[in-house]
Design a protein around this ligand. Structure first.
Ligand code: GAP
Length: 575
């Protein structure tokens, strides 16, 4: 086997003979293998294939048992495991591996080699996602008496997407490389070139290129976009050639047929945003809820976009989830509400304890034709600042469009008196939208919580991966451990667990030494570990170990509901 830079050292045991003889071989994998394994979304399985390929090249070696190639096993057995992240690139890769190994995020359809830009949430991911949704819902709906929540269907009348502008305008310019057969977004190829020029200090050139691209995009001049790519010698990252097709517009909406007949009229779309489900229910909610302007309608739900290229894990997916709120206001007051929501939404993010230096606003200088103000809330991911949430002042565009296309009046009668002493009367409300991607918020929460902590002392080397989630968001609130599997300790532990699970998500663990159980809970971000020991049987006290400080204290078991409840309370993040 050729010498390759070592990133992972893995003990490999052989099928059958390995278990008998206890033989172990150390395999050296190249960093590229790891990178590829993550890009291919097949994780450990791909790693195993890489190992297999290398081993089979050596005729003396037999096929290893790939089921042993799971990083968490190395953690558990104190085998050599990936070193602490040396840079942000490596950190991001480690977070992705961690998310998979600890049941947060799995590539979709993994046993069939995955489905590009689609992901599944595992047992801990689903809990974390639900907790993020709850934080959003409580803060938007429960904490605002003038905001209500709905849950509209994903399938909607196809005319809605004509009215909203998505049928005609929800496009990305795409281009194919004829040699590699890879498809790209033309604007992203140019943006990558601009970033490269910037990095090389050629800022003037970058600015000219940016202006050129903006003008071509604005005038939808696809021929010009291609010329820019050719003139700037932009090549395909895979084939390295500039053998490009023409640039074409690509609509991002997925469509399907409703009913058995494949007639054109039965074509419907999977919604590309949840917002339209709110606009078309504006009258229903306003009337049934006797809502007075200003008021908001919130919803959480799936959205689908056939992204030309998907990158950066769950940042850009083809199926994702949004948490959106449309706030209906009197025309002329929209800018004051825009300011209110811009500040309120950043406060919501900071309520989780994230450092404000990780966030920034990005004001839109170029506005969509229906908007009169727009800002993104961006978070600093390891690969740079990325939009997590958008706040848009959408004027009366959407409701007016639906009025025009449906023929139904989308008006509100405002009985309040204006300065002239007369009621404001009938008008189509203006809208401020807050729209946050749940999956991006999930990744943000995970990145922010992830820490590789060096616990080494002079005597021994030690480390742990700990997810320091705000306790209210932690997937599991407490884990309960009997010190041993005998002497009635499991029964006592289960008795306490049966009490606590009425209020909290609790996990029970009795396998392995307590230290290893602590590490496993640290790795999923459990704020408390409770140990039941022989003293518990005598005086009904337990030890409670805190995730962040690792401090332990002895407390009466009767106090557990209060201690856990105080820390994981929503009050800590909402108040
Ligand atoms: N209704 C307005 C709207 O949909 P957007 O900026 O297109 O606006 C809002 O999307 C948020 O949805 C983004 O800030 C982002 O967090 C999330 N989002 C958009 N496209 C996404 C994708 N392909 N994958 C994951 N999240 C996405």
């Amino acid at each position: 086997m050729a010498a390759i830079p070592a990133l992972w050292l893995m003990p490999v045991q052989y099928k059958r003979t390995a278990r008998a003889a206890g033989n172990a071989l150390f395999l050296v994998l190249s960093p590229e293998s790891i990178v590829q394994s993550q890009n291919n979304c097949t994780g450990t399985f791909f790693l195993a294939q890489v190992c297999s390929a290398r081993i089979k090249n050596d005729s003396k070696l037999r096929t290893p048992d790939f089921r042993l190639f799971r990083p968490h096993i190395f953690h558990q057995k104190n085998y050599l495991c990936p070193v602490m992240s040396k840079n942000t690139d490596e950190l991001f890769k480690n977070v992705i591996s961690h998310a998979k190994e600890y049941g947060f995020v799995f590539p979709s359809s993994e046993i069939y080699d995955g489905l590009s830009a689609v992901y599944d949430y595992g047992q801990n991911g689903a809990e974390l996602k639900n907790n993020i949704k709850t934080y959003w819902w409580k803060s938007m709906v429960q904490m605002h008496e003038n905001i209500v929540g709905i849950d509209s269907a994903i399938f909607m009348h196809p005319k809605i997407w004509k009215a909203s502008g998505h049928v005609d305008g929800f496009n990305d310019p795409m281009i194919d490389n004829k040699d590699s057969k890879k498809r790209y977004r033309a604007d992203q190829l140019i943006e990558d070139k601009i970033a490269k020029l910037d990095a090389e200090g050629k800022t003037d050139e970058a600015e000219v290129l940016q202006a050129d691209m903006d003008a071509a995009l604005k005038s939808e001049d696809l021929q010009r976009l291609k010329e820019i790519i050719i003139n700037n010698k932009i090549t395909c990252p895979v084939s390295g050639t500039a053998n490009w097709t023409d640039v074409r517009q690509f609509n991002l909406m997925f469509s399907t047929q409703m009913g058995a007949m494949a007639e054109e009229s039965s074509e419907i779309y999977l919604r590309p945003e949840t917002a339209q489900g709110i606009f078309v229910n504006f009258l229903n909610v306003q009337k049934s809820g006797r809502m007075k302007i200003p008021f908001g309608i919130a919803q959480i739900g799936k959205a689908f976009r056939n992204e030309v290229i998907a990158r950066q894990f769950i940042i850009r997916m083809r199926e994702f989830e949004q948490m959106e709120m449309q706030f209906f206001v009197r025309p002329g007051t929209e800018m004051e509400w825009y300011k209110y929501w811009k500040e309120a939404r950043l406060k919501w993010h900071l309520g989780l304890g994230t450092s404000s230096t990780k966030y920034r606003y990005h004001d839109h200088t170029k506005l969509a034709h229906y908007a009169n103000a727009a800002v993104d809330i961006e978070y600093e991911f390891p690969f740079g600042f990325k939009e997590v949430e958008g706040i848009h002042s959408r004027t009366d565009f959407d409701l007016s469009q639906h009025q025009q296309y449906s023929g139904k009046k989308m008006q509100y009668f405002d009985p309040e008196l204006g300065e002239d002493g007369k009621p404001y009367g009938n008008y189509i409300p203006y809208v401020i939208e807050t729209s946050i991607g749940l999956d991006r918020m999930f990744l943000l929460t995970l990145m922010n919580a992830y820490e590789e902590e060096d616990l080494s002392t002079e005597e021994k080397q030690d480390s742990r991966v700990v997810l320091r989630f705000p306790p209210a968001l932690a997937p599991v609130k407490a884990a309960i451990f009997p010190l041993t599997k005998k002497d009635g300790l499991p029964e006592k532990a289960r008795e306490i667990m049966d009490r606590l699970k009425l209020d909290f998500q609790i996990q029970y663990e009795e396998k392995d030494a307590i230290g290893k159980r602590y590490r496993r809970q640290d790795a999923i971000g459990t704020p408390f570990c409770i140990t039941v020991d022989h003293q518990t049987l005598e005086d009904d006290t337990v030890t409670i170990r805190h995730r962040d400080t690792m401090a332990q204290e002895r407390v009466p078991s009767a106090d557990l509901e209060r201690i856990i409840g105080d820390l994981v309370s929503w009050k800590k993040v909402l108040a």
